[in-house]
Each structure stands twice: as structure tokens, then as C-alpha cells.
Design a protein around this ligand. Structure first.
Ligand SMILES: *[C@@H]1O[C@H](CO)[C@@H](O)[C@H](O)[C@H]1NC(C)=O
Ligand SMILES: *[C@@H]1O[C@H](CO)[C@@H](O)[C@H](O)[C@H]1NC(C)=O
Length: 219
């Protein structure tokens, strides 16, 4: 039996060996219909433990947190309201998440990365100058308008700037339950890296680094 399985496997491997290698980059496949996160139990390497399925009902699969505009009273004049697994327990093990973006006139979601998810954006209202930079520092950017969809591959630095004449509204989906969100400027200047590192990296004077650090270390 084991030998015939192996032969069959070998035959399949040879039959498909001419096909290009397909990427397998997403969260793990679930082992049950659903695994609503049980936040009481400790976090595992594969995510949260499952809530007892007998206690799961329709409410576990509905999230209301994206129904309101985000609070854009901040220096970016924009808000990213997240719907990751820690906000929406039902996402656990499904390899999915969402966010809503609200940008006032001139508002920006500044350069950031999602280390564990590719992103697809759908613009509902307004015009965004959106783009990403690849690892060869090539910029892929253009203006996208209501109805347009754009992709930001996993882990690459990307941004969205409202260049329209109305507040912009967009929804994004990501292929990870906890894709992570790291703003480049905040990570550099808001994390108390030794100033000398930043002075040398960005060729800045100590005064400028100090100013940037005090700005970005604000909560
Ligand atoms: C699901 O169960 C919770 C209590 O565990 C209850 O508050 C909620 O109303 C239920 N929702 C539905 C749709 O039955
Ligand atoms: C929006 O954020 C600002 C700045 O943090 C805060 O002062 C204001 O109360 C918030 N508005 C609402 C409606 O939460």
C-alpha cells in the first residue's frame, strides 16, 4: 500500500513537474469549519484557540465596527479603522481581514507595511494617489478613483493620499487574519532608536532628529 502510494505520488510529481511552482503564501488552512477566537485562552503560534463550537452563533460572524467613519482629527487627516482578528474573533483561522479608510481633503495614510498580508483596495468615494515600492525601490503609483481596485503585495511599503475634491472612502481586504500594520515614520522616529543611528541613516542634524522623535513618539 505504502509503495503504491509512493509510486502514485511519483507519477503525479512527474506529471506536474512541467508546471511552474505555484506560490503558497497565505494563512494556514483551517482544520474545521470555523474556529472563532477564544480570547480567554493563550495565543498559539497558529493563532487563537477555538471557542467551543456549540457556543458559536451568527453574531460571531458579523462585525459592526466598520459602519462608522473613522476619527480623522489627527495630523494625517485620515483614519484606518481595522477589522483584524483581535477586533473580529470570527476571522480566526480564515486568513482574511479588512479595514476601512477615511481620508479628508489632502488626508494621507502614510507609508506603511503589512508584514503578513497582501492588500486589495476598493475605492468607494473620491480619488487617491496610491502606490507601493518594491524591494528594488521601484515605485508603482497612480491615481485611483471610485470603483477602482488596486493591489499592494505583501510586505511592501505603500500609501494612499487623498488628491480628490471630496473626502475619500475606501475598503481594503487583506489575506491574513492579523496582517500587522507598521508605519515607517513612526517606527523610525517614534521608537526611541539611538539618535545617532537616525542622524547617520537619514543624514540629518541632531536637532532635526530630536524634533522628529518628539513628534512621532506622541501617542
Ligand atoms: C449569540 O449568543 C450571544 C450570547 O452568547 C447572544 O448575546 C447573542 O444574542 C446571540 N446571537 C444570535 C444571533 O443568536
Ligand atoms: C477624535 O480624535 C480627537 C484627537 O484624538 C479627539 O480629541 C476627539 O475627541 C475624537 N473625536 C471623537 C468623536 O471621538
Amino acid at each position: 500500500m505504502a509503495v503504491s502510494c509512493f509510486v502514485a505520488f511519483l507519477a503525479l510529481a512527474i506529471a506536474f513537474s512541467h508546471l511552474p511552482l505555484l506560490p503558497l503564501a497565505s494563512d494556514q488552512d483551517p482544520l474545521q469549519d470555523f474556529c472563532v477566537a477564544d480570547f480567554v485562552q493563550p495565543l498559539h503560534v497558529t493563532g487563537y484557540a477555538c471557542k467551543n463550537p456549540a457556543l458559536v452563533n451568527a453574531s460571531d460572524f458579523v462585525y459592526h465596527g466598520l459602519s462608522q467613519r473613522g476619527n480623522t482629527s489627527n495630523y494625517n487627516n485620515a483614519a484606518a479603522t481595522l477589522c483584524f482578528v483581535e477586533h473580529f474573533a470570527g476571522l480566526n483561522s480564515l486568513g482574511l481581514s479588512m479595514a476601512r479608510l477615511d481620508l479628508e481633503l489632502g488626508g494621507i495614510i502614510p507609508p506603511h507595511i503589512h508584514p503578513r498580508g497582501s492588500e486589495i483596495i476598493f475605492v468607494i468615494q473620491g480619488s487617491l494617489y496610491a502606490g507601493f515600492v518594491d524591494t528594488k525601490n521601484r515605485l508603482f503609483a497612480q491615481v485611483i478613483n471610485a470603483g477602482d481596485v488596486m493591489l499592494f503585495p505583501r510586505g511592501l511599503i505603500h500609501f494612499q493620499l487623498n488628491v480628490g475634491k471630496v473626502p475619500a472612502f475606501a475598503i481594503v481586504a487583506l489575506n491574513g487574519q492579523e496582517p500587522g500594520l507598521q508605519f515607517i515614520a513612526n517606527s523610525m522616529f517614534g521608537s526611541y532608536i539611538k539618535p545617532e543611528v537616525l542622524e547617520k541613516t537619514f543624514s540629518l542634524s541632531g536637532n532635526v532628529v530630536e524634533t522628529l522623535q518628539s513628534f512621532f513618539s506622541k501617542p
